[in-house]
Design a protein around this ligand. Structure first.
Ligand code: C5P
Length: 402
């Protein structure tokens, strides 16, 4: 992959050599764009030898080949390490007064920055506002970490170690195997109103579904995320449709399903909803010591989508079971895969302390006929990638429909 490494003028620039080396060793074609200030901290010959490519600094070099945009356009990833407080501010404002600023603006690739500065600068309201804005735009940050700074002082502001930066960069250089595909992902948990202030709900945070949406977008897919009551900040870079109830989720999902090459139903949809929704808040003195709530079944949205699917469309369902016995869990999963008519069924165990609102997950993926296709354990992003590997493999070669 083509990686631009931007180096700006902080003492940590000497550690950027390790970042360049790590990326080259991982097999990437690395192009260094160093600011003038960066070259006061680390020598051009070192960077050229390690990157095996010329180092670019000057905005007015290579004008004939329109280098100020070419580097950014060609990049699959832009990494800026170190990113000084000044660079962070310039990125937030979209300033392009040097080659690196132009390269960033001319690039549609993911941007990873490794800030490095003194603690006071990192904690300054201006820097905090700038980093918040960059995060909101989908810029990835690695570090800074706490530790010894350049002077006698220590604190947060130290650049992340080169290995951590290379690992973060590698994670962003996902295969673009979903380029041109459209995915519909549902996430979160539906809430069925009882009255204007109460609902019947579940503990799904939406983390796993959101991670699938994010990773699919990173792999090039156009993603519609139908999100029911997410407990987390909605992911960037996807089309977000917010819904509350199962009926709203069904409407939104049906609308997006027609254009989707694959449907991933990670949302926890309430199986039942109250038969009646009280117009006003139900009062204790009117109901007495017991309140009877009558519930009615919600439609099985997944099954409906699977039944109506177009040829070649891949449908993925989820099954959250509290069953502890592995064989019994697989049995339940196989029955569910058949009943729902899905291509893939992702099984995960849930319980009082597992599955929900955690950063990690462990899954088993079954095919429609119950074969174990994959088992994965890791962060929800890692698990998302394993599921997407199976989706990508199952999609017909030119599944993209107009
Ligand atoms: O039957 P169960 O609720 O275990 O099935 C879970 C799968 O079915 C999930 O993919 C969930 O999104 C979907 N589902 C649905 N409509 C419902 C209930 C569940 O689409 N009413």
């Amino acid at each position: 992959m083509n990686v631009v490494v931007g180096i700006t003028g902080g003492i940590a620039a000497y550690k950027a050599v390790g970042v360049v080396r790590g990326l080259v060793l991982a097999g990437h074609d690395v192009h260094v764009v160093a600011t003038e200030a960066a070259l006061r901290f680390v020598g051009r010959p070192t960077l050229e030898a390690i990157s095996r490519n010329p180092v670019h600094t000057e905005l007015y070099e290579g004008v004939a080949e329109v280098r100020h945009v070419a580097l950014g356009q060609r990049a699959d990833l832009v990494v800026i390490a170190p990113a000084t407080a000044n660079t962070v501010a310039k990125l937030a404002a979209g300033i392009a007064d040097d080659l690196l600023g132009n390269t960033v603006l001319a690039s549609r690739a993911p941007l990873l920055i490794a800030p490095a500065m003194h603690t006071e600068m990192w904690e300054h309201p201006a820097t905090r506002a700038n980093t918040a804005l960059l995060r909101e735009r989908g810029v990835h940050l690695v570090g800074p970490v706490a530790g010894q700074l350049t002077g006698q002082d220590s604190g947060v502001g130290r650049m992340a170690e080169p290995d951590a930066i290379v690992a973060a960069a590698t994670g962003l250089l996902a295969p673009r195997d979903l380029e041109g595909r459209r995915l519909l992902v549902t996430a979160g948990g539906t809430r069925e109103p009882i009255d204007p202030v109460r609902f019947v709900g579940n503990r799904s945070s939406g983390r796993q579904g959101a991670a699938i949406a994010l990773r699919a977008a990173a792999r090039g897919a156009e993603v519609v995320l139908v999100a029911a009551n997410l407990d987390i900040d909605p992911p960037q870079g996807v089309e977000l449709v917010q819904v509350g109830t199962a009926a709203e989720l069904e409407r939104a999902a049906r609308e997006a399903a027609g254009r989707a090459d694959a449907i991933v139903m990670a949302a926890a949809v309430a199986d039942y909803r109250p038969v009646e929704v009280a117009e006003d808040k139900i009062k204790k003195d009117e109901t007495g010591d017991e309140l009877e709530l009558r519930l009615v079944r919600n439609p099985d949205i997944l099954r409906g989508l699977a039944d109506a699917r177009a040829e070649g469309q891949i449908v993925v369902g989820f099954a959250a079971e509290t069953e502890r016995d592995r064989e019994r869990q697989l049995e339940l999963g196989r029955a569910k895969a058949a009943r729902k008519g899905v291509d893939l069924l992702v099984l995960n165990r849930v319980g009082w302390h597992e599955g929900f609102a955690t950063e990690r997950n462990a899954i088993t993926v079954l095919s429609g006929v119950g074969t174990i296709m994959a088992e994965a354990e890791g962060t929800k992003a890692e698990v998302a990638d394993r599921i997407l590997d199976l989706v990508a493999a199952a999609l017909p070669p030119s599944a993209s429909r107009g």
